[in-house]
Ligand binder design. Structure first.
Ligand SMILES: [Zn+2]
Length: 923
């Protein structure tokens, strides 16, 4: 048995041990002292590329079947039940060349879970009883994504590559591709596929746990030594992805949702051998730059493009597409050739310039910092990432590989640039009114293919560098050094460091995560943006226009390790910045200053207004379940109007009325902010001064109450929400009547118990739909629970009847719940509530939410835990009888008609709103 040393960050306190088991299984063991749970992930170099041509989707089908019973644990639900029961979760995915399986669990049960997990890869049963059920599940998964544009466009891509390359295969599978044939049943096929494809020489296993390495080592031997190793390692792909005839093409594709995009993609060879130089992401940085002198600045100034993203595209073991995706304006649709020409002009600039080493070193410094100060990941995330890395990097780079960024040889940079040629390019034009003469299989995407004209290609070859173009300049937001706060500076809770009329600032220095980063949140309460639906629509447009306008000047911040997000939220607009603490106060001050000074022009107003309205209209094409959930939140939240109402209001808005709105926006500002991270008290003082200085230039206002509709006493109602989709869906929302910690505990625990049961009965047993579940959905600070189901076959009335039958059965079985199980369940939930923040980011969001909810002691979770502890089984059962009673104030949102003979009253959403009383709450 070999053991290896790994490169690891000096601040990374985890211990690693890489070893190979006697059956050739490569294993990485990670001891993470502070991990809340233990986790394991196994990745195998088998994916849909390996599907037999006559049974496409088989690798995916195998992934589904693997969970459902093994030789040692034949019961199909056992694995899932065991994991869920002990505070864990599990999942899997199937990709092109890899599939991955993973779970986490309370450490006390890790060994038993590993026993079950390992047996899946040793002796799965592929039980006949479940073949048909999972076949149906795959079909549902397939049909769920029929209208998904990324899938629809992906299929066109598959049909226009070398048909001998496995990328051309259909990956998901459905009832047609996964069936019994005269030669072989589906069960035999999946058994054979497992035997021929799954073996330790294609696998990588990673365990992350607070257990000592020695113990982990003993566990992997005990459970994984028995995995089969007869299958040989994978041979390299022999076929190229594109032949000459698949290049220099233009594909025109009609999307399902409105979109106007131009995508240029260049075919690169396998980039894996150069992973240590990160040249692809460096090129993406150069070509995707959004600052002054960039490609985007040039084409945006011409009014052709709204956004650009660079560097994405499919990749695999012998191919990589480098794509540049342009989101087109109305004018841009007619300027496709000029845009591509500008792209070649920019490429010409790169070719003429020396290798921009100073820019490379800037990127390298940031990547190095993120390596040195990695935010800790959960055991599960760590195991998943590392088991995949093990498939791609040599042992010493299992951990470091993603961060390694060595200075490349200039020849390699030149070689890569050499692939960006017109004859090595494909152009995809995605727009609703293209002329199609083909239809993609499975997804029926309309499209056409034509070769790019020879004259066009030579024109691109001669493209000139636009006069305004230059490489990115030195970055004003980039800091040169980082200093971590001393541990002694850590504060346990946020403290209100400034409280004046119109202004509050909370501050918490935080050293727990040993990171040089921080988060700043600013909430502006702006009564002039919430007075009417028109104002609410205008504030959303204002935010889009504002971001569009400042993008070029603030782009530098986003490449210096800083990010910022602006939202229309609560009673106004909120700003959230994060990243390296160093220049973040400057960023926030600069952004606020821009808000007060920005000027808008009519042309951009028209374009962005059109875009936003389209974006809202596209919403009606979303999944029925998501549509119902957004309808639910607009039903209950007065400041969150229905999207169709917003679109209608914005349609009416003229430029002059919008300018009047803009001029009133910052009159009456109330500001509340929170700063958390690698900052000292003096930094908080600096932010406080900056915010107060800004505020003194605006007109101050008062804090505003939160408003909500009161649903108490509305009785059970049925709200029909028509959708443009063939599936039917039902969402049942049961809001709490009160918001005491005990109500929160009751609703959380109820969801904990209901969620797997509802899924099991309606999806696994009755096969009513693919999207099925329940969720703890607090709204307006009140706890609540939602049941949701989307079905390709059943009617809403059927879904309703099935749910009522589920209620009835559930209540009768509830009597059998005994004290021991109840206590165990409470403990499981308590573990989840107690879970410490996994990163500075999740802590920041949790505390900011608490500030917004008026939980200024920051102890709501403790109160819920306490209430949970004191909860008796009798009270819990009584709660269910009340919650699932016929007269509970439940809201049934459905895409179809109310069932006949039900006691529900039907309401149209707008009438319902008029009846609900509005409540104001001061937090
Ligand atoms: Zn699946």
């Amino acid at each position: 048995m070999k053991k290896n040393q790994l490169m690891q960050s000096p601040n990374d306190k985890r211990q690693y041990l890489a070893l190979t088991l006697p059956n050739d299984l490569p294993v990485l063991l990670v001891h993470q002292q502070d991990a809340e749970k233990s986790a394991a992930a196994l990745t195998v170099n088998v994916g849909h590329f390996d599907d037999p041509a006559e049974r496409q989707g088989l690798a995916h089908f195998l992934e589904h079947m693997l969970f459902l019973g093994t030789e040692k644990y034949p019961d199909a639900g056992e694995y899932q039940h065991f994991i869920n029961h002990h505070g864990g979760s599990h999942n899997a995915w199937t990709g092109t060349e890899h599939s991955s399986f993973f779970f986490d669990i309370d450490t006390d049960y890790f060994e038993q879970a590993l026993d079950r997990f390992a047996d899946m890869f040793r002796a799965p049963l592929f039980h006949a009883d479940y073949i048909e059920k999972e076949r149906q599940a795959i079909e549902a998964e397939f049909s769920l994504k029929l209208k998904d544009d990324s899938r629809r466009i992906y299929q066109v891509h598959k049909e226009t590559v070398n048909p001998a390359h496995p990328f051309a295969k259909f990956s998901v599978g459905n009832l047609l591709t996964l069936c019994d044939t005269p030669e072989q049943s589906l069960q035999q096929a999946v058994q054979q596929f497992f035997k021929n494809q799954y073996g330790t020489r294609r696998m990588s296993l990673c365990l992350v746990s607070p257990l000592p390495l020695q113990q982990l080592e003993q566990l992997v031997h005990q459970y994984f030594d028995a995995l089969p190793n007869e299958v040989c390692a994978k041979a390299a792909l022999s076929q190229p992805l594109y032949l000459a005839e698949h290049q220099a093409l233009q594909l025109d594709i009609a999307p399902h949702k409105f979109s106007q995009r131009l995508v240029a993609s260049f075919a690169l060879p396998d980039i894996q051998p150069w992973y240590k130089y990160k040249l692809i992401s460096f090129l993406a940085h150069l070509l995707g730059d959004e600052g002054p002198g960039s490609l985007l600045a040039f084409i945006k100034d011409n009014g052709w493009v709204n956004q650009l993203s660079a560097g994405g595209g499919i990749d695999g073991s012998n191919y990589k597409d480098f794509t540049l995706s342009f989101e087109l304006t109305e004018q841009g649709v007619f300027a496709k050739e000029q845009i591509i020409e500008a792209l070649f002009g920019q490429l010409q600039l790169l070719r003429q310039s020396p290798f921009p080493q100073h820019l490379f070193l800037e990127r390298q410094r940031l990547v190095q910092w993120s390596y040195l100060y990695q935010e800790p990941s959960t055991a599960l995330q760590g195991a998943c990432d590392l088991s995949v890395n093990m498939q791609h990097y040599p042992v010493d780079d299992y951990v470091y590989g993603d961060y390694r960024m060595d200075l490349p040889p200039e020849a390699l940079y030149r070689e890569l640039l050499g692939h960006f040629r017109p004859d090595n390019m494909r152009v995809m034009f995605i727009a609703p009114d293209i002329k199609a003469n083909r239809e993609a299989r499975w997804y029926q995407t309309p499209y056409s293919v034509q070769p790019l004209q020879q004259s066009q290609l030579s024109h691109y070859l001669q493209a000139k560098v636009p006069a305004s173009s230059h490489l990115p300049q030195s970055n004003p937001y980039l800091v040169t050094e980082l200093n971590l706060l001393a541990d002694a500076a850590h504060m346990t809770k946020p403290v209100l460091v400034a409280k004046e009329s119109g202004f509050k600032l909370w501050f918490k220095a935080d050293t727990d995560f040993k990171t040089p980063k921080g988060h700043i949140f600013v909430q502006l309460n702006l009564p002039n943006c919430i007075g009417s639906v028109t104002q609410m629509a205008s504030s959303r447009l204002w935010l889009e226009l504002f971001q569009d306008q400042i993008n070029e000047s603030f782009y530098a911040a986003t490449t210096a390790g800083l990010t910022y997000h602006l939202h229309v939220q609560h009673n106004g607009i909120s700003l959230h910045s994060s990243g390296l603490a160093g220049n973040q106060i400057k960023l926030v001050a600069d952004l606020l200053a821009q808000m007060a000074f920005c000027q808008f022009d009519e042309q951009r107003f028209d374009e962005i207004k059109r875009q936003l309205i389209r974006h809202w209209q596209n919403h009606s094409k979303n999944k029925p379940v998501s549509k119902l959930f957004s309808q639910l939140s607009s039903l209950l939240q007065p400041l969150n109007p229905d999207i169709d109402q917003l679109a209608a209001a914005l349609q009416q808005q003229s430029f002059s009325a919008f300018i009047a709105f803009h001029q009133q926006l910052l009159k009456q500002v109330h500001l509340e902010a929170f700063m958390l991270g690698n900052w000292r008290k003096v930094d908080a003082e600096q932010l406080s001064q900056a915010l107060k200085g800004w505020l003194s230039e605006q007109q101050q206002g008062e804090a505003l109450p939160r408003q909500r509709y009161n649903t108490q006493g509305i009785g059970p109602v049925w709200v029909k929400v028509p959708v443009e989709h063939s599936d039917q869906a039902l969402v049942i929302y049961l809001p709490s009547r009160q918001k005491r910690p005990v109500d929160m505990a009751l609703f959380m625990l109820a969801n904990h118990l209901l969620s797997p049961e509802y899924f099991h009965v309606l999806r696994t047993e009755q096969q009513l739909g693919y999207l099925v579940g329940t969720g703890y959905v607090p709204m307006n600070l009140l706890p609540g629970i939602a049941f949701y189901i989307q079905s390709p076959a059943a009617s809403c009335a059927d879904l309703y009847q099935a749910t009522l039958a589920f209620y009835k059965n559930f209540l009768s079985e509830l009597e059998e719940l005994d004290e021991d199980e109840f206590v165990q369940m409470k403990q499981g939930l308590a573990t989840q509530i107690k879970e410490r923040d996994s990163s500075l980011g999740s802590r920041a969001k949790r505390l900011w939410l608490a500030i917004g909810q008026g939980d200024h002691q920051f102890d709501l979770n403790e109160q819920i835990e306490l209430a949970l502890e004191q909860l008796s089984l009798t009270d819990f059962i009584a709660f269910f009888y009340q919650l699932l009673a016929a007269d509970y104030d439940a809201i049934f949102l459905a895409t179809g008609d109310k069932p006949a003979h039900s006691h529900l009253t039907e309401q149209n959403p707008f009438n319902l709103l008029e009846k609900l009383p509005l409540l104001s709450e001061w937090l």
